[in-house]
Design a protein around this ligand. Structure first.
Ligand code: ARG
Length: 443
């Protein structure tokens, strides 16, 4: 134990296990080592330790990093990743290793490691989102004229194209990227130098470590630096929204590959079968993404609740931040990683979409608009068309098979151009839908 000097007994074994964060914070080893390298570089530059000593420590930290990366060194037998690296350094360098922790506390160290990790993962999540946007853009271009019904209340509403439908998701995922950017920009400040909570009496340079580690600037307040986890909450919230978007999309994928819709077919490599029903092809990826949205929301609530009413500055409660944010990061990444190729490999059953669009009177608004354009007040036109829908339903007709004389029985404004006017293609093409996704999405 780093802190055993004051204690006369070994830590109780259960307490030791309970207290240890190594099983989950070992993934911070890279951040911990590069943080230490920046710290010890600064200690040398500020003459807090000898330059030569600082260089030796840096070399050995690099060796440790290499050994962990190549599986030569196993991370184990320590309270946390910070203790592990320091113990290993001391094993290798003797007393010199013990100089590493000069002018630093595990409190600013863990705050630093987690910030570096979150920054890295924000960029990784953004990469996946950009990949998803590429796939969606390609589908939009291919399906500019793939007419389908748009829905409200999950009832057929008005004609749209598959491209318009998918482009709605493009807009959502683009906003998600801006949310990640906001989070990144706000958190891009270094906590190193805050010490345990009250800074240090050594003549350190927070500017140097901040810039060595790629932060914009050091944090202003030392107590805030060690106790702030807003960036975890912000990232968790941004991930919640990404997952919410993915879950809406997933729900549509599930519906669209059902026998009732048959709008798409998933590639065999991205669907699963049933152990008992030989005919089944299940959209498990979409269902899992939808399901995992719940655990991600849970992580967010866990973080908020852990921080609620927590007095300043560091408290051990904060060790609980890691598993929650790690799980949200891991989950959104694996969801995106599988969702993207599922989407790019799926088959769009255009003809089925079109055939379904011919049922359900999705041009009813256009019939009413036809009358409104001829001067019939829209509310009256709406009533007239309602009657026509009721009549068609009774007679098993639709607007394209309803005879002209039946139209004219309800309004003398109907002429034989009505059939052309309300064809699905016409209804779709005449709408002021945004069809500029190529221009818009490539920005
Ligand atoms: N393992 C701890 C954590 O994850 C590191 C900080 C420990 N600091 C302390 N004062 N006990 O939060």
């Amino acid at each position: 134990m780093l802190w055993k000097g004051r204690f006369s007994k070994e830590l109780n074994q259960d307490v030791n296990d309970f207290n240890s964060s190594l099983p989950f914070d070992k993934r911070l080893y890279y951040e911990d080592i590069i943080g230490s390298i920046a710290h010890v570089t600064m200690l040398g530059d500020c003459n807090i330790i000898d330059k030569e000593e600082s260089n030796k420590i840096i070399d050995e930290l690099n060796n440790i990093l290499k050994d962990i990366d190549s599986d030569k060194l196993e991370i184990k037998d320590a309270e946390d990743i910070h203790s592990f690296i320091e113990q290993e350094l001391t094993k290798r360098l003797g007393t010199l290793g013990k100089k590493l922790h000069t002018a630093r506390s595990r409190n600013d160290q863990v705050a630093l490691d987690l910030r570096l990790y979150v920054k890295k993962e924000i960029n990784n999540i953004k990469k996946y989102l950009k990949e998803l946007l590429l796939v969606l853009n390609k589908l939009c271009l291919e399906h500019e004229n793939t007419i389908m019904s748009g829905y409200t209340h999950l009832q057929k509403a008005q004609p749209i194209s598959l491209a318009i439908h998918l482009d709605a998701y493009v807009q959502m995922f683009k906003r998600d990227i801006t949310r990640l950017d906001d989070c990144y920009n706000r958190m891009n400040e270094s906590p190193l130098g805050a010490g345990a909570l009250a800074g240090t009496t050594h003549p350190i340079s927070q500017e140097e470590t901040s810039s060595l580690l790629g932060f914009n600037k050091p944090m202003i307040n030392t107590m805030d630096a060690v106790s702030d986890r807003d960036y975890c909450l912000e990232l968790a919230s941004a991930i919640n929204i990404i997952m919410m978007h993915l879950s809406r999309f997933s729900e549509e994928i599930v519906l669209w590959c059902s026998n009732e819709f048959k709008y798409i077919e998933l590639d065999d490599a991205f669907a699963t079968g049933s152990s008992i029903m030989p005919q089944k092809k299940n959209p498990d990826i979409a269902e899992l993404v939808r399901g995992k949205t719940g655990r991600v929301y849970g992580n967010s609530i866990a973080l908020l609740t852990m921080l609620k009413a927590l007095p300043l500055a560091y408290n051990k409660d904060m060790q609980e931040d890691k598993e929650a944010i790690f799980d949200s990061i891991d989950t959104v990444k694996i969801c995106l990683k599988t969702f993207i190729p599922m989407l790019s490999s799926m088959k769009v059953l255009k003809d089925n979409m079109k055939e379904a669009a011919h049922k359900g009177f999705i041009n009813a608004t256009d019939v009413a608009d036809y009358l409104a354009k001829k001067g019939v007040p829209f509310r009256e036109a709406y009533q007239i068309v309602g009657k026509l829908v009721a009549y068609c339903l009774e007679q098993d007709l639709d607007f394209s098979t309803l005879p002209l004389n039946k139209y004219q029985e309800v309004s003398s404004f109907f002429e034989d151009d009505i059939y052309q006017e309300i064809s699905l293609e016409n209804c779709f093409n005449k709408r002021n839908l945004n069809k500029n996704w190529l221009d818009n999405n490539n920005k």
